[in-house]
Design a binder for this molecule. Structure first.
Ligand code: RB5
Length: 160
């Protein structure tokens, strides 16, 4: 995993505990510094609590990237994308995972443990960590994502 540098935070809810443990082991074996924010079992928890922990670490620069998994990955990606500077990509296949890095410079990968199997999830993680941001014309577009979050941002004529 040549392009994965720095620490990586990982978090999940009860629906994705098993997958989180598998991914964590894989990352550690690959020599990455992993911060596991939980959850630590299959007892029912609220995904925003764990999504927030990882998103805060990425937004503050404490870790370079994050991985968030819940049943569908939807709730986790919704939570994470509320934090300034976070670009969470919900991926169920490897093409989107690669493009989320190349074009969008995604810094959080979200996945759904009830949507995809473990084998595919591991392949997505591998591709996502290995793929660099292309920069160039995508740099300004990624910056516009941040600007788009403000109510003062430019809106099309006659829109309300
Ligand atoms: C938990 O049942 C489920 O709602 C959660 O894992 C996730 O899919 C939410 O988006």
């Amino acid at each position: 995993m040549n392009n994965a540098t720095g620490s990586i935070a990982i978090g999940c809810d009860h629906a994705a505990f098993g997958l989180k443990e598998t991914i964590k082991k894989f990352l550690q074996q690959a020599g990455l510094d992993v911060v596991d924010v939980g959850t630590d079992g299959t007892a029912s928890v609220d995904y925003p609590d764990f999504g927030t922990r990882v998103a805060k670490m990425v937004a503050s620069g404490k870790v370079a990237r994050g991985i968030l998994i819940c049943g569908t990955g939807i709730g986790m990606s919704m939570v994470a994308n509320r934090f300034p500077g976070v670009r969470a990509a919900l991926c169920s296949e490897t093409y989107s995972a690669a493009m989320s890095r190349r074009h969008n410079n995604a810094n959080i990968l979200a996945m759904g443990a009830r949507v995809i199997g473990e084998g595919l999830a591991m392949e997505i993680v591998r591709v996502w960590l290995d793929t660099p941001f292309e920069g160039g014309r995508h740099e300004a577009r990624v910056q516009k994502i941040e600007a788009a979050g403000s109510l003062e941002s430019e809106m099309p004529e006659n829109s309300c």
